[in-house]
Design a protein around this ligand. Structure first.
Ligand SMILES: [Fe+2]
Ligand SMILES: [Fe+2]
Length: 391
């Protein structure tokens, strides 16, 4: 076993593919990446290099010596989680589309939709790019998003496992354990999709890494809960819905359907559990949590931008970011994020009078009375897995 301990997350693109290849119609397709070490599809234990970044956390943990189980919503969600377990090897039909060695995972219709009404039109570095280079840009942009999903899921896996140790009540420990397994499946499927369908992976973006670091290294379990179950999972749900809408790939649609189901349950758990807990905090403690939630929202808005893709294509990163914001290129995603997060913050009591003006300034208080995830639509959550989820 080879463990390479590093001080910080890698910054380079990881590639599982050669520089270019032949598409299904026999024509040489775009060289999407430059190869810097192609990896074979499967590796023996001795061939894997584990890149481990160490972090320390002063986690305050608890046993629960009572073991009595309250018949509450948390218990019911735990039962549901067990019932709706799925297996990525059987429930996702990976062979519906060819692997990257054989053809692109994105079809002509998808490429057409990417290139028409393109919001970058008029931006000089974009206009200077050939049609092929533009298609390549979209491949990279998608690969970047999917890579952030993967890294975010790993963060969720680590946080959920911490919650099993640190949550004070029995039901929450069991639930966190079941969520830990959910997150393991999520890491598994995004990793498999990138490896088999995309062919390369972007590194974790700084903003996401900072957010994960903050959540993972804070000793207060409830702050982890807020950061994970309300902000990051809210963010994930918004991003997954956007990705599912935007893709024509049936494998990705299927995968996201399964992951979204789990995430919806996780957010519901977070809102229901925190709603009761936050009431037990002092005013000062509550304001502290409200400030943390606000800062996490700011990071989500300002720092989850595909700057590594801009850099890869040789764009001026600051200028491209400015254009992206000015043109509202990620406005749809932002709206989905706040539609979800703001009502949930209100529901759990973290839209305090002191923090409201800051959210007001962000222009997101219009969402405060949207539906939150606290009222459980059991019928929706309990629906059996659909056999055909590609629509
Ligand atoms: Fe997840
Ligand atoms: Fe989750």
């Amino acid at each position: 076993m080879l463990i390479n301990r590093v001080k910080d997350a890698p910054r380079s693109i990881a590639r599982f593919r050669p520089e270019s290849r032949v598409a299904k119609n026999g024509e040489e397709r775009i060289a999407r990446t430059v190869s810097d070490g192609e990896q074979p599809a499967s590796l023996g234990p001795a061939e894997v290099e584990h890149v481990a970044e160490i972090f320390k956390t002063p986690l305050t943990c608890s046993y629960n010596w009572d073991y009595r189980v309250a018949e509450d919503r948390i218990r019911k969600l735990y039962e549901l989680g067990k019932r709706l377990n799925w297996n990525a090897s059987f429930d996702i039909h990976w062979d519906q589309t060819p692997d990257w060695q054989d053809a692109e995972p994105w079809d002509d219709e998808q490429i057409e939709s990417w290139l028409t009404d393109n919001p970058w039109n008029g931006y000089a570095p974009w206009d200077a790019m050939s049609a092929e280079r533009r298609v390549e840009y979209f491949f990279h942009n998608q690969a970047w998003s999917l890579s952030q999903f993967l890294h975010g899921e790993q963060g969720a896996l680590l946080v959920a496992s911490q919650l099993a140790s640190s949550a004070p009540t029995f039901n929450a420990k069991l639930y966190a354990a079941s969520q830990t397994f959910d997150e393991a499946r999520h890491v598994e499927v995004f990793n498999r999709y990138l490896k088999t369908k995309v062919g390369f992976r972007y590194p974790v973006t700084r903003g996401l890494k900072d957010l994960l670091d903050k959540i993972l290294t804070d000793e207060r379990w409830d702050l982890k809960f807020i950061g994970m179950q309300i902000i990051l999972e809210g963010l994930a749900l918004a991003a997954f819905h956007t990705a599912r809408n935007d893709t024509n790939d049936p494998v990705l649609k299927e995968l996201l359907y399964l992951v979204i189901r789990d995430e919806a349950r996780h957010v519901t758990f977070g809102v229901n559990y925190l709603q009761d807990f936050i009431q037990t905090l002092s005013e000062e403690e509550r304001e502290d949590r409200a400030q943390f939630a606000y800062e996490a929202c700011v990071v989500s808005r300002d720092r989850l931008i595909a700057t590594d893709v801009f850099r890869y294509f040789g764009w001026d990163v600051d200028e491209a970011k400015r254009v992206l914001v000015e043109r509202g290129i990620n406005a749809d995603f932002q709206t989905r994020l706040y539609e979800r997060v703001i009502p949930n913050l209100k529901r759990i009591g973290l839209l305090t009078e002191r923090i409201r003006p800051k959210f007001e300034e962000m222009g997101v208080l219009d969402f405060e009375d949207f539906a939150d995830d606290g009222d459980i639509d059991w019928r929706e959550l309990e629906k059996p897995l659909e056999p055909d989820v590609t629509e």
